[in-house]
Structures are given as structure tokens and as C-alpha cells.
Design a protein around this ligand. Structure first.
Ligand SMILES: Nc1ncnc2c1ncn2[C@@H]1O[C@H](COP(=O)(O)OP(=O)(O)OP(=O)(O)O)[C@@H](O)[C@H]1O
Length: 261
């Protein structure tokens, strides 16, 4: 489903981080959020999720202002994979994933067969069924990241926000997870994910949203948005954007590393 962000501004005390941010993310679309460190990507996500609720402006997730919903109702609309996560779950991986299905269970209820199947399917879809009986605290950081992705899937929300979901993953898992996320968007979910790799957007995103200087610097087709000029300006790195496979994909190459002496 969708996310609509209208005239959103947010400050931590006197430090204004977001200024008049506007963007509309329709159904079934995968958006990559780019921007330098500390620019406000996580802050924007926390506003969308209502974890920073005292923002100015309006955010609607699937047509609803999350500020009007209970925590349980919010969980039906949106799931979140945070950037950093202290491994506090001293449970088996299966149970960590199963816990996310709680929005469907009564207050004093226990998960039923449907929730258990959903958790198992999410583990299989992310390719970590073999970890189901391991303790969450005894698996690697990358494996924990995969569990959190399975957990977000099992929650069955219509919208997923992912803050650098592949930052701890090896190359193979990065490709598999991004491909799975793209497929979820094809199945109708709206997904917003931040990344520090502009190249990923060319293969895996429908749109790129660039946050810079507190606001939206650019938003649109990755090929229109990720230009050598933009990458140079926001990251301070000179790149060439090269096209491959008849322009089915593009890559950013830092030219300082390939200049001849
Ligand atoms: N809880 C907080 N209290 C005060 N300032 C904060 C808080 N969280 C973040 N900030 C500041 O807000 C700004 C935006 O931070 P944010 O984490 O949103 O950036 P980001 O774009 O997600 O960065 P990164 O790419 O490094 O993860 C930074 O200057 C940061 O220091």
C-alpha cells in the first residue's frame, strides 16, 4: 500500500533535521532512500513509523495517520527493520519471528497454526529455515539481520520500512535479500529502504528518494536521479555513471581510482 508525506519537518530540540519533506510512495513500489551520513534518513523513517510523533506536517500510511492508531493497529499497517538492533531477544529464532505475528492474536491469546505457518514461510523465504531452532543471541550479526527481515515479513503488514537492511550481509545474501524485497513490491507491498550504495537502486528500486540538506533533493526513476553530478554534489566523490547491458543497468565508478598517472 502507500505512504504519503506532506510538508514534514522535524527537530531534535533546537536541531532541525527535516524541513518541508514531501513524497508520495504508491502501492507496489520499492523506493531506495539515499543521502550522506547524518542527513536524516532514519529520522524520516522514525517519523513515518510514528516513533518520532511530534513532527510538523502530515504522514499517511495506507491512507491512515498512524498517530490516530493503537500500537496493534499500526503493526497491521507497517513493519520496520531498524538500522541497529541490540540483540535483546533471548529466544529461538523461530519465536523471534513468531512474535511479530502478534497483531493478529488476541491480547491473552497464543499464536495459532496460521501464525506459526506464516513464521515458517518467512524463514524459508529468506533462506534461513535452518536457523529456526538456534538461539537468536548465538547467531552472527548478518544472520540476525536476516531474522529481522523474516520477522518483518511474518508481520504481514502492507508497508515495510527498512533502514539499511543489507548493511551486515555478505554479497550473496545482499543480492538474494534485495531480489526478494523487489518481488514483495511486485506482489503489492510498498517498501522504503535506505542504502549507501547508489548502484543498488539501478537493479533493485523503482524509485530513488534523495535526502540532502534536510529535505528532498530529488525523487524519481533511479536513472534520472542518480547522475554523476548528484553523486559528486551530495557525497563529494567524483564518479562516472556507466551503462551496461543496453542500459538495463548502470554502475557508479569513482574516477579518482582509475585516472592514469
Ligand atoms: N535521538 C537523537 N537526538 C538528537 N539528535 C539526533 C538523534 N538521532 C539523530 N540525531 C541527529 O539527527 C541527524 C540525522 O540523523 P539520522 O540518524 O536521521 O541520519 P541518517 O541519514 O540516518 O544517517 P546514517 O546514514 O549515518 O545512518 C544527525 O545530525 C544526528 O546526529
Amino acid at each position: 500500500m502507500s505512504i504519503d508525506i506532506e510538508h514534514v519537518s522535524f527537530s531534535y530540540g533546537k536541531h532541525q533535521v527535516l524541513r518541508d519533506v514531501n513524497a508520495s510512495i504508491p502501492d507496489g513500489v520499492l523506493v531506495n532512500v539515499l543521502g550522506p551520513n547524518g542527513v536524516g534518513k532514519s529520522t524520516l523513517f522514525r517519523c513515518i513509523l510514528c516513533l518520532n510523533s511530534d513532527y510538523e506536517g502530515v504522514i499517511r500510511v495506507n491512507g491512515k495517520d498512524l498517530r490516530d492508531l493503537s500500537v496493534r493497529e499500526r503493526a497491521r499497517e507497517i513493519s520496520y527493520i531498524p538500522q541497529t538492533h541490540a540483540p535483546v531477544y533471548n529466544y529461538k529464532v523461530r519465536d523471534v519471528v513468531l512474535m511479530s505475528t502478534g497483531a493478529d492474536v488476541g491480547i491473552f491469546g497464543t499464536p495459532g497454526r496460521e501464525q506459526v505457518e506464516r513464521a515458517e514461510q518467512a524463514l524459508e523465504r529468506i533462506g534461513i529455515g535452518h536457523l529456526a531452532d538456534r538461539m537468536y543471541t548465538h547467531i552472527s550479526g548478518g544472520e540476525q539481520q536476516l531474522v529481522l527481515i523474516a520477522r518483518a515479513l511474518a508481520q504481514n503488514a502492507k508497508t515495510i520500512v527498512m533502514d539499511e537492511p543489507t548493511s551486515a550481509l555478505d554479497y550473496g545474501n545482499t543480492v538474494r535479500v534485495l531480489s526478494c524485497v523487489k518481488q514483495l513490491a511486485r506482489e503489492g507491498l510498498s517498501i522504503v529502504q535506505s542504502t549507501h550504495q547508489p548502484d543498488q537502486a539501478f537493479l533493485f528500486a523503482d524509485k530513488t528518494l534523495v535526502v540532502y540538506d534536510g529535505t528532498v533533493e530529488a525523487y524519481g526513476d533511479p536513472k534520472d536521479v542518480i547522475t554523476a553530478e548528484l553523486v559528486g554534489r551530495i557525497y563529494g566523490v567524483e564518479v562516472e555513471v556507466n551503462s551496461l547491458y543496453g542500459d538495463k543497468v548502470r554502475v557508479c565508478v569513482p574516477t579518482s581510482e582509475i585516472r592514469e598517472e
